[in-house]
Design a protein around this ligand. Structure first.
Ligand code: AVJ
Length: 312
């Protein structure tokens, strides 16, 4: 495993800085501790959350075509590999020279790498423990190979459009001219369906959101009382994004890592944005980042797209 150190100590810094801001906010990448990663897997199974199901169906239907498009002997670099469930379809069709999963959760990465090694004895795996949104370096072993990035799940939706552009530009540099990116994009659709996907009646998404406080309590000696916060999710049409917040039910003081922070009743801490695009909007964004859109695979039933972009 290739370890990129910054993952370890940023959490404290980011949480303390985020709690000191107005409005308060914590970056969504911190959802994914062990429990958070499991809760996210549970979200993916919810009838209200179509992304994973629809994208998996697309991958099933078109993996051969996608593989042909990506080409032979590629290094497949996956940003935020998680349980690599969707990647399996691609791995089987593509049989890449190397699979390089990158993830922020080391437990997830180790488990997934072990499972894949058992399932695909022919596959060379070079796992990277890193925060893909931060500066990280391609291990030198990858130099000279044809590289394709895989970024499924519409995870790019967590970035603001400007951050997304910078991220895509850095990915374009990383894969280099002639390399590419296969990316899953959740598309704009009706407000009601969007809201329900992030506020399911079973409350799994609420648990996922609140788990951030559980993690802060455990890892940063916090004293958040979960019952005093509530999960809020809504579609912000003007910005084209679903927002998640944790809203303080009462006026209260909270301690984290020896510091105190006040919340007034109704104050919201912003925990996530999930931007939704149209295919045209996204392809335009990709062009400004140095990619040429080459192919689209669109889901019929729910608006979702997998796009192949080639780095110029
Ligand atoms: C993993 C960022 C794609 O935004 O849909 C799911 C995370 N948050 N439910 C998304 C998430 C609440 C998910 N991404």
């Amino acid at each position: 495993m290739h370890v990129q150190a910054p993952v370890v100590d940023r959490f404290r810094e980011d949480v303390l800085a985020g709690l000191a801001r107005v409005p308060k906010r914590v970056p969504p990448k911190y959802f994914y501790d062990e429990r958070g990663s499991r809760l996210f897997e549970a979200i993916c199974e919810l009838p209200e959350y179509p992304i994973t199901r629809v994208e998996t169906a697309l991958m099933q239907r078109h993996s051969e075509e996608m593989a042909a498009c990506l080409g032979k002997d590629v290094w497949l670099i996956e940003y935020g590999s998680g349980n690599s469930r969707k990647s399996r379809l691609l791995l089987e069709a593509l049989r890449p020279a190397v699979y390089m999963p990158i993830d922020i959760s080391v437990e997830m990465l180790e488990r997934t790498a072990r499972e894949l090694a058992l399932r695909y004895p022919w596959l060379r795996i070079e796992a990277v423990w890193a925060d893909y949104a931060e500066a990280w370096e391609l291990p030198p072993v990858a130099a000279g190979a044809r590289r394709v990035a895989y970024f499924p799940g519409s995870s790019i939706g967590n970035f603001d459009p400007e951050e997304a552009r910078r991220f895509l530009a850095s990915a374009a540099r990383l894969v280099g001219a002639g390399g590419g990116m296969l990316i899953g994009i959740d598309l704009k659709r009706g407000v009601d369906r969007l809201t329900r996907a992030y506020d399911d009646p079973q409350g799994v998404t609420a648990q996922f959101n609140l788990n951030l406080l559980v993690r802060i309590n455990r890892e940063l000696q916090g004293d958040f009382v979960l019952e005093r916060f509530r999960h809020v999710a809504f579609y912000n049409e003007a910005r084209g994004r679903v927002e998640m917040h944790l809203q303080s039910i009462t006026h209260q003081q909270v301690a984290v890592a020896g510091r105190r922070f006040g919340f007034f009743a109704g104050e919201a801490m912003h925990t996530e944005n999930s931007y939704k695009y149209s295919v045209e909007e996204f392809e335009e964004l990709a062009r400004t980042a140095g990619f040429s859109p080459r192919r689209r695979w669109l889901a019929g039933e729910d608006p979702f797209a997998v796009l192949y972009l080639e780095a110029a």
